[in-house]
Design a protein around this ligand. Structure first.
Ligand code: 13P
Length: 252
């Protein structure tokens, strides 16, 4: 059975005090036992976040990790560093990493393999740009992104992977893919996995949607059968909104 997940990607937001108060706010909120809640604060606050979420149902996830195990890579963070403070999951392949830090499919596959071989689970992000969609190439673009990365992995790796489809044109723009557009793409993604592996693998992977999810549209997006939850940017910075989005994904 695949899992329902709502993950907050805080990106480069929140200083120390803001991070503490947002986590404390989230901890006060209701718990929906059928939804896994994740937060991804900035690197300097990961260890503290892990302490703060103890005895809650919130998981702490890294926003990124470097592709090499160690070495002279000033400013970078390794898998081993994350593991050593107790982080067990990282986002890889976010479109902002691809766009502003030139992370291509080769580098992303390197990151994915290194993370998985060290038991660091991943949320793997991908999605088409506006031009791809306008020229009706979105399925082809997404299939290529997957083929060059996660579809190269062994079948066994798939229980450590969550996918996040994030159409670039919907990120931080206020423009959301319609629930039908999200469903259509998620169904297509599952088909790509089915063709490379088998039915169990394709049915068991959680596929999140990301891109301007907010309390007002979360219910409808999460009601789609192949959408297992969301990777939330802006709306995850507000405890009330994030909580409403978590609630929208719960069947309780
Ligand atoms: P927004 O929810 O702000 O559009 O961001 C989505 C995102 O990039 C999550 O990783």
């Amino acid at each position: 059975m695949r899992k329902k997940i709502v993950a907050g990607n805080w990106k480069m937001h929140n200083d120390l005090n803001e991070t503490i108060s947002l986590i404390n706010e989230l901890k006060k909120n209701d718990i929906y036992s059928d939804v896994i809640v994740m937060i991804s604060p900035a690197f300097p606050f990961l260890q503290m976040a892990l302490e703060l979420v103890k005895k809650s149902n919130i998981e702490v996830v890294s926003q990124n990790v470097h592709q090499k195990p160690k070495g002279a890579f000033t400013g970078e963070i390794s898998v081993e560093m994350l593991k050593s403070i107790g982080i067990n999951k990282t986002i890889i392949g976010h479109s902002e990493r691809r766009k502003y830090f030139n992370e291509n499919d080769t580098v992303l596959l390197e990151k994915v393999k290194l993370a998985l071989s060290n038991d660091l689970d991943i949320i793997f992000c991908f999605g088409e740009e506006l031009l791809d969609r306008k020229s009706n190439r979105h399925f082809e673009v997404v299939m290529n992104q997957l083929k060059k990365t996660v579809l190269n992995l062994d079948k066994d790796s798939w229980n450590k992977i969550v996918l996040a489809y994030e159409p670039v044109w919907a990120i931080g723009t206020g423009e959301t893919a319609s629930p039908d557009q999200a469903q259509e793409m998620h169904e297509f993604i599952r088909k790509c996995i089915l063709e490379s592996y088998d039915k169990t693998t394709s049915e068991n992977v959680s596929i999140l949607y990301g891109g301007s999810v907010k309390p007002s549209n979360a219910n409808e997006i999460f009601s789609k059968k192949d959408v297992d939850g969301g990777l939330i940017g802006g709306a995850s910075l507000n405890a009330k909104d994030f909580q409403l989005i978590i609630k929208a994904n719960s069947s309780l």
